[in-house]
Design a protein around this ligand. Structure first.
Ligand code: A3P
Length: 300
């Protein structure tokens, strides 16, 4: 029999269900009225992603760009999930994302969401907030999601790799199909100038260049020294060591099963997909991803 840890007993795995046409679990729908009625402010900045696309990385980049010069205590005592609240989450062990967002003392407020574009609370559009969307190639994204499924008790039981991959292709994942998520946001960006769409692969290739692009979108002009400090702070190894960014303070994650800062690479999918799985995935991908302007790199 499988060893069941105390953490697993305390947090029975949630079940997926259909919610407005998207697979969800109760942790992201329990607080739905408050999420939908959230009052955005014009200077709020939203970080939107499909889970495991580099949300924490970009959250920390933005946090350091805006607030890196604030008191050193902030850097050593406030974990990233409190600095950048996860809007729709209702984690039974922590404050809700809405509570954290409403209590944020900073301006601008940095707010994270995994919602597909059609479910984003309307006041973010009404207030014309800036939105940074981060996307990651599907193959690395599903691998990262698989490991996360094992270490996060808020995720449904992930099962084995091949069944997880099959369900990813069917869109039976929390926050729905990756394909619809990245495409929906991409299409929204074509008509909405306040969306900055970025790719995990580009960030890996040249973090400094991507920070420059972000700054130009946000209207920020950090000094060369400030920029260097941000680049250093957000390096994978530094974020992995940093208790404020490695999620070691979150009680529903078991870092012994898999660290949150796991590999941080482009191309780790090659260590997981068999040749047959990769071929089947690519065939199916072509059928689902019809927009030729949205292109992902699976290696850098
Ligand atoms: P891996 O599981 O492939 O390592 P999210 O924050 O959206 O949940 O994404 C988590 C993924 O981003 C994990 O991917 C994690 O290691 C990676 N990541 C986080 N910070 C990173 C960084 N500074 N550099 C590269 N990858 C990073």
């Amino acid at each position: 029999m499988k060893n069941v840890t105390l953490l697993q007993m305390e947090h029975p795995r949630p079940k997926l269900f259909d919610f407005h046409g998207v697979s969800m679990t109760n942790h992201y729908t329990d607080n739905w009225d408050n999420v939908q009625n959230f009052k955005a402010r014009p200077d709020d900045i939203v970080i939107a992603t499909y889970p495991k696309a580099g949300t924490t990385w970009v959250s920390y980049i933005l946090d350091l760009l805006y607030f890196g010069q604030m008191s050193p205590e902030r850097q050593t005592s406030i974990p990233i999930h409190e600095r950048v609240p996860f809007l729709e989450i209702n984690n039974p062990s922590l404050s809700t994302g809405i509570d954290l967002a409403e209590k944020l003392p900073t301006s601008p407020r940095l707010i994270k969401t995994h919602l597909p574009v059609q479910l984003v609370p309307k006041s973010f559009w009404q207030q014309n907030c800036r939105i940074v969307y981060v996307a990651r190639n599907a193959k690395d994204n599903v691998v990262s999601y698989f490991h996360f499924g094992h270490m996060s008790m808020l995720q449904p039981e992930p099962g084995d790799w091949s069944s997880f991959l099959q369900r990813f292709m069917e869109g039976k994942m929390v926050f729905g199909p990756w394909y619809d998520h990245v495409t929906g946001w991409w299409e929204k960006k074509q008509t909405h100038s306040k969306i900055h769409y970025m790719f995990y692969e580009d960030l890996t290739e040249d973090t400094g260049r991507e920070i420059d692009r972000l700054c130009s979108f946000l209207g920020l002009s950090p000094s060369a020294e400030e920029k260097e400090t941000v680049i250093r702070g957000v390096q994978f190894d530094n974020m992995k060591k940093n208790k404020m960014t490695n999620y070691s303070t979150v009680p529903t994650m078991d870092l012994k099963v898999s660290p949150f800062m796991r590999k941080g690479k482009v191309g780790d999918w090659k260590n997981h997909f068999t040749v047959a799985q990769s071929e089947q995935f690519d065939e199916d991908y072509k059928k689902k991803m019809k927009n030729p302007t949205l292109y992902f790199r699976t290696e850098v």
